[in-house]
Ligand binder design. Structure first.
Ligand code: PMP
Length: 368
C-alpha cells in the first residue's frame, strides 16, 4: 500500500510540511551545514575513549540526571571566555541546542502561545515551534538582513509573543545583532507581556564582537543558548546548553525527559571541555578563512553579507538554486536556504575554500 504522511492522522499543523533536510551528499567538498572541518585532535580522541571506557563500567545505571559535573565545566567555560560569572545553577545542557530550544518552547510556548523570530533566520526555531504546538510569527528584517528595531518592536507589541528568538550571529546571513537591539527588544517583550527572550549564540565564538551573556544580569526572562557543534568541532556529539537565571533552569526540568543526556554524551563532552584551548585555536583559523572568503568573493564580483559566523552568505543570483546545482556539479556542496537570490558557504579548510572559490570564479566567468 502506498501511504504518505498526509494519509496518516497526523496533527493538523504538521500536514503538508517537510522535515529539516540539509542534503547529506557524498561529494568531495561539503560546506553546507556550518560544521567545523577539522577532525578532533588525536589526544582528545584518546581522552574521549578513556572517559567513555570509565562511563561504560556504570552503564547498568542511569546517568547523572542533572549532569552536575558537565554543567559545572560548561559554566567555567562560559565564565572564562566571557568574563561574566556563570555558575552551575545558571546552566542547563541537552542533546544539541535544538533540544535546548525544544525544551524552552515546551516550557514557555505550547498550544495557545506564540513565538517570533526575525527572518530569514534559523529555520528550526519555527519548525520546533510547530512541533511543540507553538504558533509561529515571522518577524521582519531589513533588505540588508539587519534587524529594523522599530519594525521589530512594533511586531512584538502587535503579536505579544510568549517567546522571542534573536539569533546572533544570525544563520543563514551571518549578521550580528548589537546588544542595544537585544536590550530594546527585551524591554519591548516585557511590556507587551512577560515573555522569554532567547538569544541563540550558536556561532558566537566566530564573532568579531562579544557574547551577550553579561546581559543576563538582572534579566530573568533572558536565555542565551550555545552549542558544542560549531566552535568545539563536535557536531556529532550533540551537546547544546543554555545560560539563564536558575529559575529558568528549574523550569526546563519540568519538560526534559528523565536521563535525557546519556552517560556517554556527558563523558565525551567533559573530555572535549578539557581540550578547550586546543579546540578554540581552530576557531581563529576559521575566522581568518571566513574573512578570506569574504574578500575573495567580493574580488570575484559577488555580493556578500557581512559575517560574524563560520559561514558567508553570497549572491546575488536570479536563480540561486540553479547556481547551487552548478557549484555542486563542480564537487562543492553549499547551502540553498531558500533566501531568494542568496546562497551560503561554510568556511572549511584552506584547501576546501580554494576548491569553492575556484568553482564560483569559473561560474562568474561563464555566466557573468
Ligand atoms: N542554532 C543555530 C542558529 C544553528 O545554526 C544551529 C545548527 N545549524 C543550531 C542552533 C543547532 O545546533 P545543534 O543542535 O547542533 O547544537
Amino acid at each position: 500500500m502506498n501511504l504518505g504522511i498526509d494519509d496518516l492522522p497526523v496533527r493538523d499543523e504538521l500536514r503538508g510540511k517537510s522535515p529539516y533536510g540539509a542534503p547529506q551528499l557524498d561529494v568531495p567538498v561539503r560546506l553546507n551545514t556550518n560544521e567545523n572541518p577539522y577532525p578532533l585532535p588525536e589526544a582528545l580522541v584518546e581522552r574521549i575513549a578513556e572517559r567513555v571506557r570509565e562511563a561504560a563500567r556504570d552503564l547498568n545505571r542511569y546517568p547523572d540526571r542533572d549532569a552536575v559535573e558537565l554543567r559545572t565545566q560548561l559554566a567555567r567555560y562560559l565564565t572564562d571566555t566571557s568574563g561574566y560569572t556563570v555558575g552551575r545553577a545558571n546552566v542547563w545542557a541537552a542533546n544539541g541546542s535544538n533540544e535546548v530550544i525544544q525544551q524552552l518552547l515546551q516550557t514557555f510556548g505550547g498550544p495557545g502561545r506564540t513565538a517570533i523570530g526575525f527572518e530569514p533566520s534559523y529555520s528550526m526555531h519555527g519548525l520546533i515551534a510547530r512541533g511543540t504546538g507553538t504558533g509561529w510569527i515571522s518577524g521582519p528584517r531589513r533588505e540588508d538582513f539587519t534587524i529594523d528595531l522599530a519594525a521589530a518592536e512594533q511586531a512584538v507589541a502587535e503579536h505579544r509573543p510568549d517567546v522571542v528568538f534573536i539569533t546572533t550571529p544570525n544563520n543563514p546571513t551571518g549578521t550580528a545583532v548589537p546588544a542595544e537591539t537585544v536590550l530594546a527588544l527585551y524591554e519591548a517583550a516585557q511590556s507587551a507581556k512577560p515573555s522569554m527572550v532567547v538569544v541563540d549564540e550558536a556561532y558566537i565564538e566566530f564573532s568579531h564582537g562579544y557574547s551577550l551573556l553579561p546581559l543576563l544580569e538582572g534579566r530573568p526572562h533572558l536565555v542565551v543558548s550555545r552549542t558544542m557543534s560549531k566552535a568545539f568541532g563536535a557536531a556529532g556529539l550533540r551537546l547544546g546548553y543554555l545560560a539563564a537565571h536558575p529559575a529558568v533552569v528549574d523550569a526546563v526540568q519540568l519538560v526534559r525527559l528523565p536521563y535525557h543526556l546519556s552517560a556517554v554524551t556527558q563523558a565525551t563532552a567533559l573530555a572535549a571541555l578539557e581540550h578547550t584551548d586546543t579546540l578554540l585555536k581552530y576557531v581563529e583559523q576559521l575566522k581568518s578563512e571566513r574573512d578570506r572568503l569574504v574578500r575573495e568573493l567580493l574580488a570575484i564580483g559577488y555580493e556578500v553579507t557581512a559575517s560574524d559566523a563560520n559561514f558567508v552568505q553570497f549572491g546575488r543570483f536570479e536563480d540561486a538554486h540553479t547556481v547551487w546545482r552548478q557549484i555542486l556539479d563542480r564537487g562543492v556542496l553549499v547551502r540553498d536556504n531558500g533566501v531568494p537570490g542568496w546562497l551560503r558557504v561554510t568556511a572549511g579548510t584552506p584547501e576546501e575554500n580554494d576548491a569553492f572559490l575556484d568553482a564560483v570564479r569559473e561560474l562568474k566567468c561563464l555566466v557573468g
